[in-house]
Design a protein around this ligand. Structure first.
Ligand code: NAD
Ligand code: WQD
Length: 331
């Protein structure tokens, strides 16, 4: 029996695929390469020395998903596939709702038809919106400030309803905080198309000379150095979180939600310093206006994941900066 990884050619999916293969799990990956490419599939095979089946399908096509489930013996699904650019979701809400919601509904229908009812869903700290007070606990109030975040809240609710309707569904929603870093091989990592929206990919492109300088979005927040604070977590720690969640699904089924973060925050200026120290490269920056929609502080309460999943992130900010740069240099 295999674990299906949707969106497995993407940033977090590819790192999770590597870890699952290294731990001896059988996997199948599907992806439509809307934000990734086939060479990632080859690199996962190269890193692990293992083979697996890949399907180039779009989850908006129910018949393509059905074909996959008819062909493969799947017992669990880790559902990463989604569009994730916050700004683009504001410009193209229907595209986001169609891709993220319809894909998930299609997948759930086909899973149900094939009696596959173990699911791990990629949710996000974005569901804590702008109403909850950090550090965020899993039962903190949720709200959305954009269609991307709304799609995550809607899917979480849908999954909870599904479990209530039929308790043979075993589902975990993982709310990732801010993933950074790359695999230590330097072969896979985050390689955004166009100008990066996120902080560390932007810093890495400044370091490589692709971009002239970083713009720090505001230094007048109510934080110790005035810049925004986030809970950055290494993508390989995140990958481990999925393995822990799989173990939990098997050992004690049900519907549950977990934060995956470190429980510690770093400011924009601290991340710049960590990058400079880890890699010996100076990052030129200027302070500009706040970015609309940004919150001053986002930090996970990690107690539930520690207690119930036995999950604790171990990699440091320096590790994240070193591995990101190692990957960036290989591009
Ligand atoms: P990513 O864009 O690198 O990976 C997503 C993958 O899904 C891509 O390879 C893309 O081609 C594929 N995909 C998208 N729509 C598809 C469809 N309809 N059919 C088939 N494949 C499709 O993103 P990521 O950073 O790896 O994120 C993975 C998941 O984690 C997403 O659900 C995202 O919303 C969530 N998440 C990401 C972050 C982050 O900052 N990276 C934070 C919190 C949550
Ligand atoms: C981090 C900090 C910025 C860029 C986003 C999504 C969220 C989640 C993760 C998917 C903030 C500052 C950034 C730059 C800067 N994705 N910054 N200059 O906004 O916390 O989260 O990615 O679920 O939904 O919103 O991450 O990396 O964009 O920003 O000063 O060029 O860096 O203001 O304080 P964010 P980020």
């Amino acid at each position: 029996m295999a674990i299906l990884i949707t969106g497995g050619a993407g940033y977090i999916g590819s790192h999770t695929a590597v870890m699952l293969l290294e731990k001896g799990f059988d996997i199948v990956i599907c992806d439509n390469f809307s934000n990734s490419s086939n060479d990632v599939i080859e690199k996962i095979k190269k890193i692990t020395g293992k083979d697996f089946n890949f399907y180039n399908i779009d989850l908006r096509s129910k018949s393509d998903i059905d074909h996959l489930f008819q062909t493969e013996k799947i017992d669990s699904v880790i559902h990463f596939a989604a569009l994730k650019a916050v700004g683009q979701s504001v410009q193209k809400p229907l595209y986001y709702y169609e891709n993220n919601l319809c894909s998930t509904i299609n997948l759930l229908h086909i899973m149900d038809n094939h009696h596959v009812k173990n699911l791990i869903f990629s949710s996000s700290a974005t569901v804590y919106g702008d109403k909850a007070t950090p550090p965020y606990k899993e039962d903190s109030e949720t709200s959305a400030t954009n269609p991307y975040g709304q799609s995550k809240i809607m899917i979480e609710r849908m999954l909870e309803d599904l479990h209530h309707s039929d308790d043979s569904w075993n589902i975990i929603s993982l709310r990732y905080f801010n993933p950074l870093g790359a695999h230590s091989s330097g072969l896979i990592g985050e390689n955004p198309q166009g100008i990066p929206n996120n902080l560390l990919p932007y810093i890495a492109q400044v370091a490589s000379g692709k971009l002239p300088e970083l713009k720090v979005f505001g230094n007048d927040y109510d934080t110790p150095d005035g810049t925004g604070i986030r809970d950055y977590i290494h993508v390989c720690d995140l990958a481990e979180g999925h393995i822990k969640a799989l173990m939990k699904l098997k050992g004690s089924p049900g519907y549950d939600v977990y934060n995956l973060g470190t429980g510690k925050g770093a400011s924009v200026l601290e991340l710049i310093s960590a990058f400079e120290n880890a890699n010996g490269i100076k990052i030129p920056y200027t302070i500009t206006e706040r970015r609309p929609g940004d919150t001053p502080l986002s930090i996970a309460d990690v107690e539930k994941a520690e207690k119930e999943l036995d999950f604790k992130a171990t990699r440091t900010l320096q590790d994240m900066c070193r591995d990101t740069w190692n990957f960036q240099k290989s591009l």
